[in-house]
Design a protein around this ligand. Structure first.
Ligand code: FNR
Length: 371
């Protein structure tokens, strides 16, 4: 797949055959500043690229002559049945991609019967999103220096039926995203931009992102604060942004209800490992006590299969959802999820796995196996 090639020749929505191609449509549809904000990563974008490339190093080992006349994709996450192990990652300000913003994304999640994790930096309120659809929703939290903002949003999320809190742990400060700096990326003042309300610290000189984040994010947040977070909510708390076995063990000690192996889609610390390359060590440290999810670079059904084979219970998808939203609104998000589901189903059939449970470690070969 060559983004450059397709960008040159152009692409129509009805010509799309894979999730990657939605990126071309999004690039065609969006102002450069917003496209770069969504697509970009930190500094050299090493981790951004690695997230995709490391999936490509993993080889599938199919079993033949298995009855695959019925393939069951459905799975259960924290007690919620979903149609496939593919969820929607929390990503900021969907209204920059489409006027209906998170409402369109949430409706697509409901139509696909999957879980949407609403970003703290969403451009629709937690209540609006809750009222717009009956998808199972989790709420992603950043903790600001003004702790009352977290308390307010967590309690409102709980009241409006969100089922879990996802604490993002990799953002004590904002990663250095050079495209945003160059483009002087400004998050505009949108109604209901709650998590981003301090975007008021707009800068007349350049991008307001870093100024906003450094003014607001609480860099003193640490492991002992998980007890505080658990004390302000009855919802299970998942920790997003774990990349090492040490931190996975700590997350278990503080009573995390789940772990999301994530490097923030390569937008925070550059040169962190691709998530798929550390998944197995995190899964081993967690030892099946709680679900381990993964995000970063999932673009194919085969990627979902590989993550499941290495111990993830499900994956989250970030940018492809935004690209679908930018290209075609709710229908675009639905198509992205459907494409991934269809590809996963075909992969399972061809690999001899009639159910999600049948996908095992012996269905993949990684670099580690070759040592
Ligand atoms: C993100 N991500 C993110 N994570 C989070 O916890 N809160 C947030 O508000 C955001 N915002 C955000 C905006 C944009 C534009 C992107 C691309 C990503 C990270 C996100 O949840 C997820 O970790 C990555 O997007 C996964 O990688 P892929 O699927 O984009 O490769």
């Amino acid at each position: 797949f060559s983004l450059e090639l397709y960008t040159t020749i152009g692409l129509m929505a009805d010509e799309i055959v894979s999730v990657n191609e939605f990126q071309v449509l999004a690039k065609q549809a969006l102002p450069k500043m917003y496209y770069d904000f969504y697509a970009g990563g930190a500094e050299d974008e090493h981790t951004l690229k690695k997230n995709v490339q490391e999936f490509q190093r993993i080889i599938l080992l199919p079993r033949v002559l298995v009855d695959v006349s019925n393939i069951a994709l459905s799975t259960n996450i924290l007690g919620y049945n979903i149609s496939a192990p593919i969820m929607i990652a929390p990503t900021a300000v969907h209204k920059l991609a489409h006027p209906e913003g998170e409402l369109a994304t949430a409706r697509a999640a409901a139509a696909c019967n999957t879980i949407m994790i609403l970003s703290f930096s969403a451009s629709c309120s937690v209540e609006e999103v809750a009222a717009s659809c009956d998808a199972v929703r989790f709420f992603q939290l950043y903790v600001y220096k003004r702790r009352e903002i977290a308390i307010n949003l967590v309690q409102r999320a709980e009241k409006s039926g969100y089922k879990a809190i996802v604490l993002t742990s990799d953002t004590p400060r904002l990663g250095r995203r050079e495209a945003d700096i160059k483009n002087k990326m400004i998050v505009p003042q949108l109604k209901n931009l709650e998590g981003l309300m301090s975007a008021e610290v707009a800068s007349d000189k350049g991008s307001n992102l870093e100024a906003y984040a450094n003014e607001t994010f609480d860099p003193s947040l640490c492991w002992r604060d998980i007890a505080w977070l658990k004390s302000i909510t009855n919802l299970p708390v998942l920790i997003k942004g774990i990349l090492t076995r040490e931190d996975a063990t700590k997350a278990m000690e503080v009573g995390a209800a789940g772990i999301i192996v994530s490097n923030h889609g390569g937008r925070q610390l550059d040169y962190t490992p691709a998530t798929i390359s550390v998944l197995e060590e995190v899964v081993q440290a967690v030892g099946r006590k709680v679900p381990v999810l993964l995000d970063g670079g999932v673009r194919r059904g085969t990627d979902v299969f590989k993550a499941l084979a290495l111990g993830a219970q499900a994956v989250l998808v970030g940018r492809p959802v935004i690209y679908g939203l930018a290209a075609k609104g709710e229908a675009g998000v639905r198509k992205v999820i459907h494409m991934l589901k269809d590809e996963l189903e075909l992969t399972m059939a061809l690999a001899g796995c009639p159910s999600v449970k049948a996908i095992s470690r012996s269905h993949v070969r990684t670099d580690r196996d070759r040592l």
